[in-house]
Design a binder for this molecule. Sequence first.
Ligand SMILES: Nc1ncnc2c1ncn2[C@@H]1O[C@H](COP(=O)(O)OP(=O)(O)OP(=O)(O)O)[C@@H](O)[C@H]1O
Length: 238
Amino acid sequence: MNPPLLQMKGVAKRFTLHHQNGAELSVLHNVDLEVRPGECLVLDGPSGMGKSTLLKLIYANYRATEGRITVAPPGSAPVEVTEASPRELVRLRRESIGYVSQFLRVIPRVSALDVVAEPLVEDSGEDPAALEAAREQARAWLTRLRIPERLWALPPATFSGGEQQRVNIARNMIKPRPLMLLDEPTASLDAANTGTVIELIQEAAARGAALVGIFHDAHVGDAVATRRINVGDFRSAA
Ligand SMILES: Nc1ncnc2c1ncn2[C@@H]1O[C@H](COP(=O)(O)OP(=O)(O)OP(=O)(O)O)[C@@H](O)[C@H]1O
């Protein structure tokens, strides 16, 4: 069996509520899990249980209060997310973790094509052939996700919710990273685009990515899950 790409051990998250005299809100407690290459772990559980918080801990948007989170990309040294420096985290995200949230962080005046191509352009070292290859791939991703060609040269700020979500998916999947975090990636999508995203997730798992996802639509979770957990099981008794 492949070694885990992601490992969480004894992870807890408590928020300190500064506007409520420093009261603590305990959200996750004793999270132990492993995800291996080729697996898609689906996070289930009622609203407010901590599903998005769990993804944000892995991506280090939130700092774990307790425990260890280790990402071990194949062929490179494992990174302890809980102890990594800001520089190591930037590198880990750039090289090893894709994070598709519901919302695109819009960059003013940058075209949809360049937003999608950017992760490959960053790696191109200004080599003209690599830059053109990055743009060519961005065109293919925009086509596959049914973004009309007339929109490619425009900044996505004025795009519809579903168009922005598809640009975000393309941007985060164009570079095949070993770990993919998916926070309701199909929330604003129609049936055809939801079907495409299901295929993309299955293709990522087939090439050996490890995926952890939250899916609003039960049928999407059912189609992609290789394993599921209920995040309510990590709720603190306190
Ligand atoms: N930055 C924060 N500060 C304080 N509390 C937070 C913060 N982020 C999340 N929480 C709290 O943590 C709990 C879990 O939130 P989270 O968004 O992870 O739930 P969820 O299971 O993803 O919910 P949903 O299915 O509704 O998206 C909620 O009670 C939320 O208010």
